[in-house]
Design a protein around this ligand. Structure first.
Ligand code: NIG
Ligand code: FE
Length: 412
């Protein structure tokens, strides 16, 4: 039945159809209506307004939300939630002084996860990924991007992407799949990087295309991982299979990945913890959306991306969790929003915009999701009885999402 939410303390994140991701001063604008109603018909937002303008109660299932806030769901545009096992051992190594890069150099890190993943069945991977998906949906995530990249073999990568496909089929929230074969050089190809890149281009990509397993292509373009030239070659090959880039760049070093991704008309450039003036200039002149991952900075103790500077330069950005076993074993978008305010010094309005509408842009689903707009899907978060949306980041580490609705249905 069609639903009518009444007595909403504050209906937050109202937008007209946005042509471009929010940037600059727009990041700090956040339209809300206090004491509001919201109508949901066939899973979509059919109308909203102040309570005193509400007429025509008939034919609606009335839900009195009793002074709770309603926001659009979070859109987590960068995750790696398909993985096997966890890496607490490396966590202890880092506590004892090793860096993320040092652990990777001695064969840990991504290669550690790849070894485990290749020993794990598709069904077991599906089960654990599904548990993580339910966990984050219960924290208010209403759309998610998921990467491969822990297979690093033809079978392993296909297995991961098939798991993502099964999640897409089973769940109502929008899910995007990204092929990240170039996540690290597998042990079997040590000193044979060319050969591994050939495998990506000549074996993995055609198979992925044949099974329609991916929406995007990613490369970890970084010192000791993949060079700009290697990324160039892989993205070019991806284009032949209609895969647009969403890439890992500038996590530890600035080596020209942003400029190359822009040349390939990437949808997003992700991480950006290390940015120099040339990078900022390149971002300013492009249409690419930056994706910032503050819980990764928090967990592995690296700099936070300069979000304030991006706002000053009118560069649009999304916020995402990077949920993965190595650099961010946490998929809580509420925490990401809090870290963005606390550690990147941006306003709650900017952080929430980055985690909702701009996240939807980073997955190219902005016309149907990401804001309170007539005609968009009713993917909504209902808070508990807090006073204001600013309380969400202020009261960091606590979940204030009381209920989540996906396409008009409560999931909890
Ligand atoms: O986004 N930096 C590359 N990939 C992941 C981490 C992967 C891992 O450590 O397992 C990231 O941080
Ligand atoms: Fe990542």
């Amino acid at each position: 039945m069609n639903k009518l939410l009444i007595n909403i303390k504050e209906l937050c994140g109202i937008l007209d159809d946005q042509k471009a991701p929010l940037a600059g001063h727009q990041m700090n604008t956040f339209n809300t209506i206090k004491d509001a109603y919201l109508k949901i018909k066939d899973g979509k937002i059919a109308g909203f307004g102040p309570m005193n303008e509400l007429s025509d109660y008939s034919k609606w299932e009335i839900i009195d939300v009793k002074n709770q806030l309603v926001l659009p769901c979070w859109y987590d545009s960068h995750t790696h939630i398909v993985f096997a096992g966890t890496r607490e051992g490396e966590f202890i190594d880092r506590i004892n002084g090793l860096t993320y890069e040092q652990i990777a150099a001695k064969g840990g890190g991504i290669l550690n996860s790849a070894e485990l993943l290749n020993k794990t069945s598709e069904d077991n991977l599906f089960e654990s990924a599904e548990t993580r998906l339910n966990e984050v949906m219960n924290l208010g995530t209403g759309g998610i991007e998921i990467k491969s990249g822990y297979g690093l073999t033809l079978e392993g990568e296909l297995k991961m992407l098939r798991v993502i496909k099964r999640l897409k089929e089973k769940y109502d929230l929008p899910i995007k799949a990204t092929f990240l074969g170039a996540h690290a050089l597998p042990k079997a190809y040590k000193a044979q990087k060319e050969k591994y890149i050939d495998l990506i281009i000549n074996e993995m990509l055609p198979n992925i295309h044949a099974e329609k397993l991916a929406d995007y292509i990613d490369v970890f373009c970084e010192t000791n991982y993949f060079t700009v030239d290697e990324m160039d070659k892989i993205l070019e090959a991806g284009k032949k299979h209609n895969l647009k880039p969403k890439v890992h760049v500038n996590q530890f070093t600035s080596i020209g990945g942003i400029q190359n991704a822009i040349k390939h008309q990437a949808v997003s450039v992700d991480h950006l913890e290390i940015l120099n003036d040339n990078d900022i200039n390149a971002l300013r002149k492009s249409k690419v959306i930056s994706t910032l991952l503050p819980s990764c900075s928090f967990f592995i103790n690296i700099p936070y991306s300069p979000a304030k500077k991006l706002i000053q330069h009118d560069i649009p950005f999304a916020l995402a969790t990077d949920y993965n076993p190595g650099s961010s074993p946490n998929g809580n978008m509420n925490l990401v929003v809090a870290l963005a305010c606390i550690k990147m010094n941006i306003s709650p309005e900017a952080a929430i915009n980055a985690a909702t509408i701009n996240g939807a842009f980073a997955m190219e689903i902005q016309h149907e999701y990401g804001s309170i707009s007539k005609g968009k899907w009713a993917n909504l978060n209902l808070t508990d009885s807090i006073n204001s949306y600013g309380f969400i980041p202020y009261s960091f580490g606590v979940n204030h999402i009381n209920k989540t609705m996906i396409k008009g249905n409560w999931i909890n």
